[in-house]
Design a protein around this ligand. Sequence first.
Ligand code: ADP
Ligand code: MG
Length: 241
Amino acid sequence: RQMVFRLSTGSSALDTLLGGGIESMSITEAFGEFRSGKTQIGLTLCVTAQLPKTQGGGEGKVAYIDTEGTFRPDRIAQIATRFQANPEEVLENILYARAYTVEHQFQLLTLIAAKMTEEPFSLLIVDSIMALFRVDYSGRGELSERQQVLGKMLSRIMKIAEQFNVAVYLTNQVMADPGGGASFVPDPKKPVGGHVLAHASTTRLYLRKGRGEQRVCKIFDSPCLPEAEATFQIGLGGVEE
Ligand code: ADP
Ligand code: MG
């Protein structure tokens, strides 16, 4: 049986907040407003996941499900360079797939699990977990069905995390219309996905913008981590400081 490991986020302050980084065999979810840094953390993890374990890495490949079309190979190359890794090799070790429907997202997980039986992986990313659910189950009466299918998907993801000893990083959006009423102002502290997602995520991170390129990360609702904050920067080399 393999040992649990932790992947560096690229920021030592953030790693410290997380007790060493994002954990394998576990689901870490980051939510926050547009441009709060959710995807940049994912892109940085794509690189650190491949580094030696002595450097905060996971010595494995990465599976990346992109539902929003925001994956940027050129950013991966920049981040790889920062970590003195070969950009082409790093890119080749990312199994990238764009998902267009919830059903497609499910199929990709099956494909990814098959790949994981063949080669060592250390990370699975879904950016973002809820986007397609919100499109495919947008009707008024569809919420309970949505939550049921979401629950199935999350248990499949958790099974992958445990079976292959990979870290899972999910991004999530914040609620735009909490009461279904007239207000369309996003509530930055309310992740979507309800209690189903809340229950599945081992660690939930709330991200917000600070000054300039600074970002603030707060542990949200954790039974075992303190409600502390960490400040990090986003730069050319990804998540920094
Ligand atoms: P989210 O996924 O939460 O919507 P992102 O992770 O895409 O947000 O973060 C986007 C932000 O990252 C940009 O607004 C910018 O501030 C920062 N960023 C992206 N690329 C760079 C870069 N090369 N140098 C510095 N900052 C960058
Ligand atoms: Mg994003």
